[in-house]
Design a protein around this ligand. Structure first.
Ligand code: CDP
Ligand code: CDP
Length: 219
């Protein structure tokens, strides 16, 4: 069983994907974290986000891996734990430029597909239902208004003791959604056979319950 969860930034994908994976005993795969890890490595190596060749080479050189622990999932580049660093503002504001390149995507999609071959998975991202796992047994497309999504990130920032500007967040989310939706290769778009859930006024538990029921009925 493969469950694909796609949607724009801060729609609640990773939060509910993790919950569903735990409930079903499946492996959770955060594909956004892979693009983020590559972006972090590129920034640290001073590789330009437009330099497709060097970015692709970098993707071949580094090992991006996940480790599941009781508090969630850790992300590693080689032996370095980059779980927190890949959420930095700098990474967030550059990741869509790295993710637009065809050759870069080919590398990461290969990794994602081979992880999915290992067993039951819940995978979240932008192109999982349309491109990475087009035959997934269940496809969900989560959306929410940009105001709601910016507010969620804002609260998250404040809770973690980070500075946060709601208007700026709104602008950044809009820009990233636009880049992700308008790129030529595997853009963010709902798959024809995906079930759309608007999470704007829904609690995390409500959304997770809905997807869990859908998964049970597709088993
Ligand atoms: O969690 P958040 O919505 O902020 O983003 P993410 O899922 O961590 O993804 C970060 C970025 O990676 C996205 O804005 C896309 O540019 C890219 N991405 C992608 O192109 N394809 C995917 N399957 C997943 C992420
Ligand atoms: O993975 P994605 O970027 O789509 O979103 P997320 O990181 O899972 O969720 C962004 C924030 O929204 C988190 O702080 C969640 O707790 C919150 N959230 C929410 O308030 N209500 C929902 N229905 C889903 C997520």
């Amino acid at each position: 069983m493969r469950i694909a969860i796609d949607g724009p930034a801060a729609a609640g994908k990773s939060t509910v994907a993790k919950m569903i994976a735990k409930r079903l005993g499946y492996v959770y795969i955060d594909t956004g974290a892979m693009y983020r890890a590559l972006t972090l490595a590129a920034l640290e190596s001073n590789i330009d986000v437009d330099d497709e060749h060097s970015l692709t080479q970098l993707a071949e050189e580094i090992a991006i891996t996940f480790k599941n622990d009781k508090d969630g999932q850790e992300v590693y580049i080689n032996e370095h734990d980059v779980t927190k660093k890949i959420r930095d503002k700098d990474v967030t504001n550059n990741v869509s430029m790295v993710a637009k390149h065809q050759l870069v995507r080919e590398k990461l999609v290969d990794m994602q597909r081979s992880l999915a071959r290992e067993g039951n998975v819940v995978m979240d991202g932008r192109d999982i239902g349309t491109f990475v796992l087009p035959n997934a047994e269940l496809k969900v497309f989560l959306i929410a208004s940009v105001e709601e999504r910016a507010l969620r990130r804002h609260k998250e920032n404040l809770e973690n003791g980070f500075e946060s500007d709601l208007e700026q967040l709104k602008e950044e989310i809009r820009k990233r959604d636009q880049l992700d939706s308008e790129r030529e290769v595997a853009p963010l778009v709902k798959a024809d056979d995906a079930i759309e859930i608007d999470t704007t006024n829904k609690s995390i538990d409500d959304v997770a319950d809905t997807i869990y029921s859908l998964a049970q009925s597709r088993k």
